[in-house]
Every structure is written in structure tokens, then in C-alpha cells.
Design a protein around this ligand. Structure first.
Ligand code: NAD
Length: 494
């Protein structure tokens, strides 16, 4: 592993591609316009990135459609697509330092995490989707003897992936892997806050053998690129990860245009329920701190509501505070940093606004401040509120920052009611030695993922997504491939 100094030296030498990737080539945006990309660790501009609009969207969609119809990728056998995707994953790993640096410079997360989680996870996802696609069979229906009913899946066509900034590469790969494996053409719109790794990824895909035009990248802003994609009459599917508010707009745009499929992975306000009989309080407390402070709290599944049984609350919260002292924000290019910078000034101000609101409505027991201001960057220390009432904004709203709300309960029923008192339903955890209580609680939680005696468990074999306004559809696992295919029934009379 490089030292902090070595990472800084590599960052200074990095040559950053900032253009649009259309039809296998880097080009300027049709308008020639650019926008500034800022390093949140220092507040400095690191690049001017091409800013796409309607003309770029139209061009990319036409090319994606032509590619799809030509069969250059869509008609390849699953085993042929598999080989290219495995190569793609290998090349991601070969370029892991560069990709991790782009991720860290662009959105402020610690370099160690960019390497171990974002880049490694993206490669694993692409590899897994490649590996699985030649092992999936279609179906024959149980029809009468003189008929055959074939139930087959075929690629949906042109997919637009619109992704957020908190895990730029990883969220993109959760769309790219299954969409490419099933033979679609895909246009990726990264967040305007973190476009750099997606732009670089496009050239890696081409090098791996993904034909020109099958995977294109359009950097730019939501209303200028995301909206035209979502309203486009020749896009068959929007694969979105981002806020619930934008997810709802995309569903409307689909209705206003061609009823394209919209799969929206959206926000969360995940409860972490700790019963008095949790197997190991130290482990649970460290996990509770990591659940909210990991990635600066900028995680859709952040464990932002800690529900603790009253009899252990004081002792447990002390342990969470102790654990959080090892999770202070620091230079993202230091490989020992646990927490980095908040993605931009606007997001930092938003989080500080929630902290101010929390101070009026709950008891601030730890942190609460912007720190490392001398760096020019946007850092907020781990922050914990106790005595958070169900009516508070910090109980209900997704903060997307390092702010934990502690709530106490007396019974399992009360814990379940509090946990489910949310418009979201993305993830939840339950800590108890009692297997019956664990299962009863898990079954009662309206949540796409439930973790028992751990936080953030799972791998590529498990679907990921939410109940309620956390979205629809699922990323990861074989279920993710279903989203990018249409089901066809072929009825044959013999
Ligand atoms: P966001 O909704 O602001 O933006 C997401 C993407 O949508 C960006 O690329 C953005 O440019 C684009 N966009 C914005 N406005 C648009 C519009 N009007 N039309 C079309 N596209 C538009 O979200 P964000 O701030 O980038 O990310 C944070 C959110 O993402 C949080 O709510 C978080 O919970 C969620 N998230 C969810 C998951 C999950 O898997 N459920 C994972 C990561 C993040």
C-alpha cells in the first residue's frame, strides 16, 4: 500500500480524461460547454468536465439503438459476452490505483476504501455478472401434449443508467454488469459531482472488447442529461440510483413519454435495533458507529437511527461514542483515514442545517461541527443526538451525512413500530441472542435487507434494494438481470 505522500505524488501526476464517451471515442460536448469538478478535500478545482445536453443525448441514443439492432453485442452468445466481461473486470483491477484516485479526488472518500470497496467491488460485480450469464436457462411451460410454451428472456434494448456520487463506480457497475451481460446497449450518466471514474471506465470497457457504442458515458447535470434521457422515446429502461425525489420524477417522465421501465434505487433512513441481549455490546457498538460514519455517512443504507433497549442505552451509547473517536475525518489520501470529506459545499451546508435543527429538537451528545476548515475542504465530525423524538426531522429525513439519532424502546413491539415509522424501507439490523426474537423482528420489518447481529452483510449473490419509497427493482444477484430483459411467451401448436 502506498503512503500518504506517495498517493499525493500520484495524484499530482494524474492525467484526467474529462470528455464525453460516444461511439467508442472521447469528444467534447456538442455545445462545447464544461463544468468545474472540485476536490472536496481541498475545495480546489481539479478538472473542467464536458457538460452534455439534449444534442449529446440524441446522438448517444441513436448510436446505442443502432448497435443494439445490429447485434454486434446483443446477438453475441452468452459465453462470448461472459469472456469480455471477465476481461473488463480484470482490466478494472489492473487500473485500480488510477480509478481509486479518481474516485477519492472527485468525491472525498478515503483512498483505502476507494481501492478495497469501490474499485474491487465494481470488478467483482462485472465479473460475477459475466460468470453467471451463461448458466441461466429459459423455461418451458407445463402445457398440453400438442403444444409447446416457451418462456424466454431477451435484452430490453437501450438502457440509461443514472447514478449518484456516493459510490460512483460501484453504483455504475451494479447497472452495467447485468445490463451488458444480458446484451443491452447502455448509456451511463454519472453524477455531476463525481463524473471522473465513469469517464475513464468507458475506455477500459472498450479495451476489454465491449464494442463501440454499446457503452457510452454522458457527463452533465440532471435536468440537462438525466431528464432528456428519461423523456426519450427511444430508451427502453432507466436504471436509477439516487434520491427518492428524483426517482419519482423519473417515473413521471416515463409516463409522459414511452412507458420505459424505471427501476429506482432510492433513499433510506435505516434503523439499527439493539436489544439488551445483544451477543456482544462492543462489537455491536463499533458496528453502530461504522454503520453511520462509514463513507462520511453518505450511504443509502446508513444506520442513521439507532434504536436501543432502554436498560442498556447509556452503556451502549458510551461505547458508540468511544468507537466514533477512531472515525474522525482526515486527509482522504492518507491510507489510514477512516472518514474523508463531504462531497461538496452544498451537501456540507445541508448536513450542518440538519445538525442545527437537531440541536433545537434533541440532545446533542457528541460532535456537531465542521472541522479541518484550514484545508479548504468540507469535513464534518461524527455527530450523535440522543433523545430523538419521532416528530423530529432528524428522525425521518435522510441526512446523508455523519449524523446519528438515538432512540430508546422498551419492548420488541415498540422497536418494530419505531423502525417501521419511516417512508423508507431500505435496510435494517437486529442485534439479539434470541433466535426467535431475531426472526420475529426481521419478518416484521418493512425493509429490503435485514442484517442479524451484523451491519451491511451480503455479497453479489444477494439482491439489494428497498421497500416503500426506497425504490423498486433490485440490484445485484440473478434478480438484477431480470430488470434488463423482457419476458417473451412463444406458443407453438404441434
Ligand atoms: P440525486 O437524486 O440528486 O442524483 C442522482 C442522479 O440523478 C445524478 O446523476 C443526478 O445528476 C441525476 N438527476 C438529478 N436530478 C435529475 C432530474 N431532474 N432528472 C434526471 N436526473 C436527475 O441523488 P444524489 O444526491 O446523487 O445521491 C444521493 C441519494 O442516492 C440518496 O438519497 C441515497 O440514499 C441514494 N442512494 C441510493 C442507493 C440505493 O441503492 N438505494 C445507493 C446509493 C445512493
Amino acid at each position: 500500500m502506498n503512503t500518504s505522500q506517495q498517493w499525493h505524488a500520484k495524484a499530482a501526476k494524474l492525467s484526467i480524461e474529462t470528455r464525453v464517451f460516444i461511439d467508442g471515442k472521447y469528444v467534447d460536448a456538442a455545445s462545447g460547454e464544461t463544468f468545474a469538478c472540485v476536490n472536496p478535500a481541498s475545495g480546489e478545482i481539479i478538472a473542467q468536465v464536458a457538460s452534455c445536453g439534449q444534442a449529446d443525448v440524441d446522438k448517444a441514443v441513436n448510436i446505442a439503438r443502432e448497435c443494439f439492432e445490429s447485434g454486434v453485442w446483443s446477438h453475441k452468445s452468452p459465453v462470448a459476452r461472459k469472456q469480455v466481461l471477465i476481461r473488463f473486470a480484470e482490466l478494472i483491477l489492473q487500473n485500480s490505483e488510477e480509478l481509486a484516485l479518481l474516485e477519492t479526488l472527485d468525491m472525498g472518500k478515503p483512498i483505502g476504501e476507494s481501492l478495497a470497496v469501490d474499485v474491487a467491488g465494481a470488478a467483482r460485480c462485472i465479473n460475477w455478472c459475466g460468470e453467471v450469464v451463461d448458466k441461466i436457462y429459459d423455461e418451458v411451460a407445463p402445457t398440453s401434449r400438442d403444444t409447446i410454451g416457451l418462456i424466454t428472456r431477451e435484452a430490453i434494448g437501450v438502457v440509461a443508467a443514472i447514478v449518484p456520487w456516493n459510490f460512483p463506480l460501484l453504483m455504475a457497475s451494479w447497472k452495467l454488469g447485468p445490463a451488458l451481460a444480458t446484451g443491452n446497449s447502455i448509456i451511463l450518466k454519472p453524477s455531476e459531482k463525481s463524473p471522473l471514474s465513469a469517464i475513464r471506465l468507458a475506455a477500459i470497457a472498450l479495451e476489454a472488447g465491449i464494442p463501440a457504442g454499446v457503452f457510452q458515458v454522458l457527463p452533465g447535470f440532471g435536468p440537462e442529461v438525466g431528464t432528456p434521457l428519461a423523456l426519450h422515446m427511444d430508451i427502453d429502461c432507466i436504471a436509477f440510483t439516487g434520491s427518492t425525489g428524483v426517482g419519482k420524477k423519473l417515473l413521471e417522465y416515463s409516463g409522459q413519454s414511452n412507458m420505459k421501465r424505471v427501476f429506482a434505487e432510492c433513499g433510506g433512513k435505516s434503523p439499527n435495533i439493539v436489544f439488551a441481549d445483544c451477543p456482544d455490546m462492543d462489537t455491536a457498538a463499533k458496528a453502530a458507529a461504522g454503520a453511520i460514519f462509514y463513507n462520511q455517512g453518505e450511504v443509502c443504507t446508513a444506520g442513521s437511527r439507532l434504536l436501543v433497549e432502554a436498560s442498556i442505552k447509556d452503556e451502549f451509547v458510551e461505547k458508540v461514542i468511544a468507537a466514533s473517536k477512531f472515525m474522525q475525518p482526515a486527509d482522504p489520501l492518507d491510507p489510514d483515514s477512516f472518514m474523508g470529506a463531504i462531497v461538496d459545499e452544498g451537501q456540507m451546508d445541508r448536513v450542518l442545517g440538519f445538525i442545527d435543527d437537531g440541536k433545537c429538537n434533541a440532545k446533542l451528545i457528541h460532535g456537531g461541527n465542521r472541522v479541518r476548515q484550514e484545508s479548504g475542504g468540507y469535513y464534518i465530525e461524527p455527530t450523535i443526538f440522543d433523545e430523538v423524538d419521532e416528530e423530529c426531522r432528524i428522525f425521518h429525513e435522510e441526512i446523508f451525512g455523519p449524523v446519528l439519532s438515538v432512540i430508546t424502546f422498551e419492548t420488541m413491539e415498540e422497536a418494530i413500530r419505531l423502525a417501521n415509522n419511516s417512508e423508507y424501507g431500505l435496510a435494517a439490523a437486529v442485534w439479539t441472542r434470541d433466535i426467535s426474537k431475531a426472526h420475529k423482528t426481521a419478518k416484521a420489518l418493512r425493509s429490503g435487507s435485514v442484517w442479524i447481529n451484523t451491519w451491511d452483510g451480503g455479497d453479489m449473490t444477494m439482491p439489494f434494494g428497498g421497500f416503500k419509497q426506497s425504490g423498486n427493482g433490485r440490484d445485484k444477484s440473478i434478480h438484477a438481470l431480470e430488470k434488463y430483459t423482457e419476458l417473451k411467451s412463444t406458443w407453438i401448436v404441434l
